[in-house]
Design a protein around this ligand. Structure first.
Ligand code: MG
Length: 408
């Protein structure tokens, strides 16, 4: 048995190589050259996470045995007494993932081996297509299919509105003429079945299509939408309701067989356990760092396995490449993997994070390096400070025509 290796320091690295605020934690051990990396990215409140790590988790962690990941998780989780929430969970995730990275390096194995070994050769991913109208969207989707993607999220602008996922321009006349981001639910829900009808006619049946409602519509319109899109055989319909409205999933289940993905905003097991236990969703879509890290995510995956719920971990550009690597290692090792969201890593991001997972044939491929298999070039990362803007990275306000704020 080797001697105990202890945590010597915990450092927070803030970088934005692609303009997206990323938070990465580096856990340094007392063994020369041995460190681990973890993702703690909460891009709308990154400085709050950094403070939670520097002021609270760092002193809590220093001197502890790096091998006791679960014990560290449990102890750190309750050390704030009031627990959970995106700030504290992300802070904890940074250290948790870094400890898994260290354990892999100590074992000389990739993390997926520690989790039980590969269930698949590589991790199928979906990527994002968007368009101002059906024609543009179909063209973009086709271009991605030609690049080898078999799962594609499709989002289309509603004319005159700021529509999630499609970058449309808001020109609709709001009561307050100074309002720039305007959106209305009814034109949107009417447009989605028409969009899918067009795509199925022009793209055929082979491609798997996904769509994200992004919790924007009143719940009963969400129920209507789930029924209306059933004939188009979506791979899944995502975030149909806000976390506050999840009891509506019972109504959806009783009325249609549209596959349901939910949960990128979940932070607490009290939110996701009932939905899985009652088999009201088909895909659990949490953001791994927002639920506390890899230790929590592997338990959640195992729980879903028992109830026929597959995984679809959140994977946009505001998951750092370290977080994407953690997603990928878990995706490789679980039988109930569903799909992995992927935001293609831009060139600068790849340069800052050597060992970034490789994307080919519509899949993520792991390298065989011990641990998470990814590193950070700290000198290069320091060249990309957080961008300055008036709301410091917060989600911008979106309002209805009458001025009412809506959910993002
Ligand atoms: Mg989403």
């Amino acid at each position: 048995m080797s001697a105990t290796v202890r945590i010597q320091d915990v450092q927070v690295i803030l970088t934005a190589p692609d303009g997206i605020r990323l938070v990465v934690v580096k856990v340094v051990t007392d063994q020369p050259g041995l460190y681990g990396l973890g993702c703690a990215t909460f891009t709308q409140r990154p400085l709050a996470v950094a403070a939670a790590i520097q002021d609270y988790l760092r002193p809590f962690a220093i001197g502890r045995d790096v091998d006791r990941i679960e014990d560290f998780y449990q102890a750190a989780f309750v050390s704030s007494y009031w627990r959970s929430g995106p700030v504290l969970n992300n802070a904890l995730s940074g250290l948790d993932q870094a400890l898994w990275d260290i354990k892999g390096k100590r074992a000389g194995m990739p993390v997926y081996q520690l989790l039980g070994g590969k269930c698949r050769e590589a991790v199928p991913v979906y990527t994002h297509a968007h368009g101002a109208d059906e024609v543009e969207l179909a063209e973009h989707t086709k271009a991605l299919m030609e690049k080898g993607f078999r799962y594609i999220r499709v989002q289309m602008s509603v004319p005159g509105m700021t529509t999630y996922g499609s970058g449309g321009k808001a020109t609709a006349q709001a009561l307050d003429p100074a309002q720039t981001r305007t959106w209305e639910p009814t034109p949107y829900v009417r447009s989605v079945p028409k969009m899918l009808d067009y795509l199925r006619i022009h793209l055929g049946e082979d491609v798997e299509l996904l769509h994200d409602v992004h919790e924007r519509v009143p719940p009963i319109q969400g129920v209507w939408l789930a029924k209306a899109v059933e004939p188009y055989r979506l791979f899944y319909l995502e975030d149909l309701f806000a976390p506050e409205d999840i009891s509506y999933f019972r109504m959806v289940r009783q009325q249609c067989a549209t596959p349901i993905a939910m949960g990128e905003l979940f932070v607490n097991q009290a939110e996701y356990v009932p939905l899985i236990r009652e088999q009201l969703i088909d895909f659990i879509r949490v953001h791994i760092s927002d639920i506390g890290g890899l230790s929590m995510a592997r338990k959640l995956a195992a729980f879903g396995e028992f109830l026929g719920v597959r995984t679809a971990f959140h994977g946009p550009g505001d998951v750092s490449p370290v977080g994407h690597a953690a997603n990928m290692h878990l995706d490789l090792a679980i039988p109930n993997f569903g799909i992995q969201e992927l935001s293609l890593f831009p060139e600068l991001t790849r340069a800052v994070f050597p060992g970034c997972p490789e994307v080919r044939e519509g899949c993520l491929w792991a390298n065989e390096r011990p641990g998470l298999g990814i590193d950070i070039d700290e000198k290069l990362a320091a060249q990309f400070p957080f961008p300055e803007d008036s709301i410091n990275g917060a989600w911008p306000e979106i309002r209805r025509l009458d001025g009412t704020v809506i959910k993002p």
